[in-house]
Write a protein that binds this ligand. Structure first.
Ligand code: SAM
Length: 289
């Protein structure tokens, strides 16, 4: 029996909540958080560039995970500014709070919040940001309406999402050997997958309809410097990419071992002795209310 639209949305919500609140995923994000901050720094840099930050601004980070870009933004807005870092996963927020304390940052407040129902007043923020969060919002229209509501007039929002898988050496190198053996099932429209907004046309149209005065989207293809070996890059990818685990787990253990050897060999071209430097495609979306 096929699901109607409301059932489909509810199903996506359950999947997302399960993926990002389970202890195995939260522990993996904790374990890899230092390396991941380095790896995804180019995404943070672009997000910050388009957010037009300055001292004293009040910034809302949606789906902050274990703390980036909140920590980088807290440094950028200085002690007179503040970051409200939110996520639906209390486990992720706990790790983020620990990372902020370790970094000596006191201008970040952590709050559990679902992006579809933000516990904040209208026009409360100068900026709203999210790095690699929008793809998982199961009712993107509703989340966009909330972003619009909590932004001050003239305020700026800045987001980064993964680009299309086919332009992505990082994802492609890992997934190609699996996909040569068996295609990944095509997800239904609007399914909360990492590359859901590889094409940003629909997202851009929704932001325009929500009443933002300026809406921009720009694709980047940049090297992400993973501070470790190709094998560690794969282990990290598997551990943190909760939505892709069911596909990878569907292969026999022996096939997974074979694939890992192939991935390691393929990433050899990216290994410089300290870092594995594979290029990734990502989209920056930035808006003005
Ligand atoms: C790929 S992680 C990104 C985390 C972090 N922003 C980063 O770039 O490393 C996705 C995050 O989105 C959060 N998330 C998913 N749906 C959400 C929602 N509706 N409201 C708030 N957070 C959500 C998850 O709990 C998870 O921490």
């Amino acid at each position: 029996m096929s699901m109607n639209a409301a059932q489909q949305t509810m199903h996506f919500e359950n999947v997302v909540r399960q993926e990002w609140t389970n202890t195995v995923t939260v522990n993996a994000w904790d374990r890899w958080s230092a390396q991941q901050a380095v790896h995804c720094q180019p995404l943070t840099d672009r997000l910050i560039e388009h957010a037009q930050l300055r001292n004293g601004l009040k910034v809302l980070d949606l789906a902050c995970g274990v703390g980036e870009p909140s920590l980088s933004i807290a440094r950028r807005v200085g002690p007179s500014g503040s970051v409200i870092a939110t996520d639906l996963s209390e486990g992720m927020l706990g790790v983020a709070a620990k990372n902020a304390a370790d970094a000596g940052l006191s201008n970040i407040v952590f709050k559990t919040a679902d992006a579809h129902q933000l516990p904040f007043a209208d026009r409360a923020f100068d900026r709203v940001v999210s790095r690699l969060g929008l793809m998982y919002f199961w009712n993107i229209e509703k989340a966009i309406a909330e972003i619009h509501r909590v932004l001050k007039p003239g305020g700026v929002a800045s987001f980064v999402v993964w680009g299309a898988a086919e332009n992505n050496e990082y994802f492609g190198t890992i997934l190609a050997p699996f996909m040569q053996r068996r295609e990944m099932p095509t997800p239904p429209d609007d399914a909360p997958t990492p590359t859901r907004f590889g094409d940003t046309a629909k997202l851009i149209a929704l932001f325009r309809q929500a009443g933002f005065s300026e809406v921009h989207s720009q694709e980047y293809r940049e090297v992400l410097p993973w501070p470790g070996t190709p094998r560690e890059l794969y282990s990290h990818f598997y551990d943190v990419a909760a939505p892709l685990q069911p596909y990878i787990d569907s292969f026999d253990v022996q096939v997974q071992a074979e694939v890992l050897d192939e991935i390691e060999q393929a990433f050899g071209r990216c290994w410089d002795g300290t870092h594995t430097n594979a290029a990734a495609s990502f989209n920056a979306i930035y808006l003005k209310k």
